[in-house]
Design a protein around this ligand. Structure first.
Ligand SMILES: [Zn+2]
Ligand SMILES: [Zn+2]
Length: 642
């Protein structure tokens, strides 16, 4: 996924479709079954199936009758039921977002019936499990429930007057013990609405078949009359681009399409051909949402952008670069915890820095290599990532692995209580992207330009995804934390253990300058021109003063005993209502002792602070005057357009 806010900022805080040119009606069945063809090599294994291993014949129906109620009806019919009861389970989370969302909270009006449609008794076992007594079912259990859906994100769903945008884990229960069983899905929606999904390139198609539950929930559905669809071909694959924009004058998608063609071309040239016949981008461009989102899926992605196509094409392409690379890194080459999934609880991984951070690094590199970014934009973004990490107090406390493991606390998890995350955490996107850059440069340097991090990615893809399968889920197996290190060592013929100990498992400062020097580059940090002395706080203006929302550990405010939530009233008797804090502090020299009036719990006191030098927070990556010809050659190979 791709977050468009700081990682700890969850508190308070989106024509007619043409059929495939080579397709004719006789081929439709083959297309609908493509997932089972591509993921069916391991179908004989039924891990975690439990004692009731005989597969059920499962039919799911999605019914959108009155979309303005934001309610969608779900019916699950299980035939060939032999067991005494069936447990229907709503996922607690959705793969790709490492947060417990408890989707069961939006389920209402659950009921169950048997073959003769007489009601069957049922009870709730826990927050997300409904157990239906199948003793009198006559071999068929029909479960029905409704889901309230009014949240356009990559995890929840939205049903309203213009569309039903459904993310499977937020609407579909599974039958406990039967996740591996094949499923038929039927859509009942307004006749003029198209059904757009990774299941089928035919928007008139309303019945699909998937190999198992995991593939059902890995295929978001956009059911709408307002969505345009275009397509293009790349390496024999059909790439579809669905755009739902809420801006009436926003019909020019040419720039978006042209950018996507460049991105898809350069990413597919870099990695092995994916095992699908087509891939679907679902874009929403919405003016009135609080934040955007991006979520990867097996052969599709949901990208939700705040604003219009016209305003936000660049942001949409940046997210697309990230999500498309996920089809290799995390959807197929995946940590062992991420497929098959336990939907009832957290699935921990220490490798999200690799799954997300490396994906972020490559999204930047591919934006450069396909010509959508200049070198200055690319190096500027890396410099910005470096600045972000170096300004995180948590850099010294939390490793990349630990950040990955702790994702469940801050990957858009709701936090009703106050936390100190601003001072104790780092983002595995941010540090992972920088680890990607460091590893890429280190490999290029150690192998004198013969290898790059992409060689490691391709090696791991071959070994883990294209290797023998170990579960019903699909081809290949997940990698363990140690496998990334072993693949690096194997692909490069050198030992990356010390690197991992210090920078992946450990919290040593990243060797940015050393790595950039191998390419004849250097990091420059400087204070902005005219910057005043620093207090080491993050603040928010209020009517009576300025509220401290965060204190930088070891900074001037921290040393003086100022505290989060303090209300700053004045600086040396100069009011902070009529002028902001930085303007008030600017006349003072570095090292000056300045009295500040502070209000805490209604009481005022004066606290004297000793001001620090301006923060050097302008970061740039520039050519080094000391670069050797060999270093310049490495740099050119790294940055060259392909
Ligand atoms: Zn991602
Ligand atoms: Zn839509």
């Amino acid at each position: 996924m791709r977050l468009l806010l700081p990682h700890y900022a969850s508190k308070g805080k989106q024509k007619r479709r043409r059929p495939l040119a080579t397709m004719h009606p006789a081929c439709v069945q083959g297309l609908l079954l493509f997932l089972s063809l591509t993921l069916g090599r391991t179908g004989g294994l039924r891990a975690a199936q439990g004692p009731n291993a005989r597969p059920l014949d499962l039919a799911y129906t999605v019914r959108v009758d009155r979309p303005t109620t934001h309610l969608v009806d779900i019916e699950i019919v299980a035939h060939q039921v032999e067991q005494g009861n069936l447990q229907f389970v709503m996922p607690a989370w959705a793969p790709g977002r490492y947060a417990i969302y408890d989707f069961a909270k939006n389920v209402q009006e659950f009921s169950a019936a048997g073959a003769d449609r007489h009601p069957l008794p049922w009870s709730k076992l826990d927050k997300q499990t409904w157990r239906v007594d199948a003793g009198q079912a006559g071999g068929t259990v029909r479960a029905h429930y409704r889901v309230y859906a009014n949240d356009l994100t990559g995890s929840f769903s939205q049903v309203d007057g213009v569309h039903a945008n459904l993310n499977g884990a937020s609407v579909f229960m599974y039958v406990d013990g039967h996740k591996p069983d094949p499923i038929t899905l039927s859509i009942e929606a307004p006749a003029e609405w198209k059904v757009i999904s990774g299941f089928s390139a035919f928007t008139a198609e309303r019945t699909f078949r998937t190999r198992n539950y995991d593939l059902l929930v890995d295929t978001p559905l956009e059911i709408s009359g307002d969505c345009s669809v275009d397509q293009f071909q790349e390496e024999g694959k059909t790439i579809e681009v669905a755009v739902h924009t809420y801006n009436d004058d926003d019909s020019d998608h040419a720039r978006l399409l042209a950018g996507l063609k460049k991105l898809v071309h350069v990413e597919m040239a870099a990695m092995p051909p994916p095992d699908f016949p087509y891939y679907l981008f679902i874009f929403h461009f919405v003016p009135d949402i609080p934040m955007g989102d991006g979520m990867e899926h097996l052969n599709s992605t949901q990208i939700i952008i705040q604003g219009s196509v016209r305003e936000a094409t660049q942001e949409a392409l940046e997210t697309a670069a990230h999500e498309f690379f996920h089809l290799w890194n995390v959807k197929r080459l995946r940590p062992v915890a991420l497929g098959p999934f336990d939907y009832t609880r957290e699935n921990y991984s220490r490798s999200l820095w690799f799954a997300e951070g490396i994906t972020t690094y490559y999204s930047y590199l591919f934006l450069l290599r396909c010509g959508l970014w200049t070198r200055e934009q690319f190096l500027g973004r890396l410099a910005s990532e470096i600045q972000t990490l170096e300004r995180e107090p948590g850099e010294k406390l939390m490793s990349a692995e630990s950040s990955s493991f702790s994702a469940w606390f801050f990957d858009r998890s709701p936090q009703m209580q106050e936390t100190n995350f601003a001072n104790t955490t780092i983002s595995y996107y941010n540090k992972g992207a920088l680890l990607g850059m460091l590893l890429d440069l280190e490999i290029r340097s150690r192998t004198e330009g013969h290898k790059s991090l992409l060689d490691v990615m391709r090696l791991m893809y071959h070994e883990f995804y294209q290797g023998p399968g170990t579960s019903y889920y699909g081809p290949g197996r997940g990698y363990e934390e140690k496998d990334v290190l072993e693949a690096l060592n194997s692909a490069t013929g050198s030992d990356f253990t010390p690197f991992f100990d210090r920078y992946v498992s450990g919290t040593d400062a990243l060797p940015i300058q050393e790595a950039l020097a191998t390419e004849g580059l250097q990091l420059r940090t400087e204070a902005p021109p005219g910057a005043g002395p620093d207090l080491g706080v993050v603040v928010q203006p209020e009517s009576r003063g300025i509220r401290i929302t965060s204190i930088f550990p070891g900074g001037a405010a921290d040393r003086a005993g100022l505290s989060r939530d303090d209300l700053l009233i004045d600086v040396d008797d100069q009011s902070l209502v009529t002028q902001d804090l930085w303007t008030r502090l600017k006349p003072y020299p570095v090292g000056a002792n300045v009295p500040i009036t502070v209000e805490r719990h209604g009481r005022r006191e004066r606290i004297t602070v000793t001001l620090d030098p301006p923060i050097p927070n302008l970061y740039s990556i520039i050519p080094s005057p000391l670069a050797t010809p060999e270093q310049v050659a490495l740099r050119e190979a790294w940055l060259a357009a392909h």
